[in-house]
Ligand binder design. Structure first.
Ligand code: PAZ
Length: 362
């Protein structure tokens, strides 16, 4: 990074491998505690015989200073991830929801502060005499207890969401973890993937988070707030390592890995998704164009092998066997509440079932 006020910074960039990244960039302070928590969760789900999916959601930040005042961010609100997590849960999966702090979450997303402000659902009905039990909790023991009622224009929907939310809590099938920076995201992704590897093919990875492609290594960051007033600011960032390759080859070789590819130029969508599948050798790339992402996505995956005799090398070399499947919902139906994630998850669950039953890579 260079600016008139930041003369000590360097302008040389280097190419980080996953290995050199983790050897040089600091782990988040809570990593050990996070790993202990997720390990316990996975063990419980394994005992219950459940499949587990890691859903990543929301955008990562790239801090520009060590004492961070400024950072680069991403548009993602976490809608795709939070919505998908609900459909995975209702399909019987346990979900590790690794999300950007304060982004949308399963169930509560229906009543977020901006779409359906919670307080708008509450009415102060009447004043009742204080109950004996509540007297001990109240500092103003002589004041009557207010009664608050919930009023919704669509109580059936509220009831459905609340019932599902409570059921998931009772079952203990949702485990949430948070990140803010791209560095936290990468460390957590690696740690959770290694833990989930114990489930082999029963683990799925649904990587819907919008992860920065560029970052500022710790050694290039200014310690204090970058000062203005001495002209323009020039920042040279390094490329975030391609961690999908490490996931497939090292961290979780048996897992069913689904990555997302976002483009704004729709002519690039399929070629880039195909290239990602060929490059990393995982199971599915879901392509989505920024403005159409709620109505259509494209699944890019290898076609099912014609017979179990096909070996892994034969399939991986055959790029001609990569096929595209478009999934679309009508915009009017989407406006009436239908969510494309319902169909995405239905299709992925079907493919994951085939994957768990097959003995070869498809
Ligand atoms: O969070 P959101 O629902 O607004 O957006 C979802 C998305 C577009 C970030 C996701 O579908 C996606 O494509 N994630 C991967 C982005 C990428 O190419 O890095």
């Amino acid at each position: 990074m260079s600016s008139g006020s930041n003369p000590e910074s360097s302008s040389s960039s280097q190419l980080f491998s996953a290995e050199s990244y983790f050897a040089t960039q600091p782990s988040p302070p809570a990593l050990d505690a996070d790993v202990t928590g997720v390990r316990t969760f996975i063990a419980r789900q394994a005992k219950a015989g459940r499949r587990v999916v890691l859903v990543t959601s929301g955008g990562t930040t790239v801090p520009l200073e060590l004492n961070v005042v400024r950072f680069l961010d991403n548009f993602s609100a976490g809608t795709r991830g939070a919505t998908s997590a609900e459909y995975f849960l209702s399909a019987g999966y346990a979900v590790i929801f690794l999300h950007r702090q304060h982004s949308l979450q399963p169930y509560s997303r229906h009543y977020s502060h901006s779409t359906n402000p919670f307080l708008d659902f509450l009415e102060l009905e009447q004043i009742a005499e204080p109950q004996a039990a509540s007297l001990t909790l109240s500092s103003q023991t002589s004041s009557p207890e207010p009664i608050i009622t919930v009023r919704s224009s669509d109580p059936k929907h509220l009831h459905t969401v609340l019932s599902a939310y409570k059921a998931v809590h009772r079952a203990g099938t949702l485990h949430t973890m948070t990140f803010v920076t791209v560095n936290e995201y990468l460390w957590l992704l690696r740690a959770v993937s290694k833990e989930l590897n114990v489930l082999g093919r029963n683990a799925m990875y649904y990587l819907a988070a919008a992860v920065s492609d560029f970052f500022l290594p710790r050694e290039k960051m200014s310690e204090h707030k970058i000062q203005s007033g001495k002209g323009s600011l020039i920042i040279e960032m390094d490329q975030v390592p391609k961690i999908l390759k490490s996931m497939v080859d090292e961290w979780t070789p048996e897992g069913f890995i689904v990555s997302f590819k976002l483009e704004t130029d729709s002519s690039l969508l399929v070629p880039k998704a195909r290239a990602a599948l060929e490059r990393y050798g995982h199971q599915v790339v879901i392509g989505n164009e920024l403005h159409r992402r709620k109505f259509e996505v494209v699944f890019v995956a290898r076609s099912a092998p014609p017979s179990p005799e096909h070996n892994r090398d034969c399939l991986e070399d055959a790029s001609s066997q990569i096929e595209e499947t478009w999934l679309r919902i009508d915009e009017q139906i989407a406006g009436a509440g239908k969510e494309i994630e319902e169909d995405i998850i239905y299709e992925l669950v079907r493919r994951h079932s085939l994957w768990t039953r097959s003995q070869i890579r498809v």
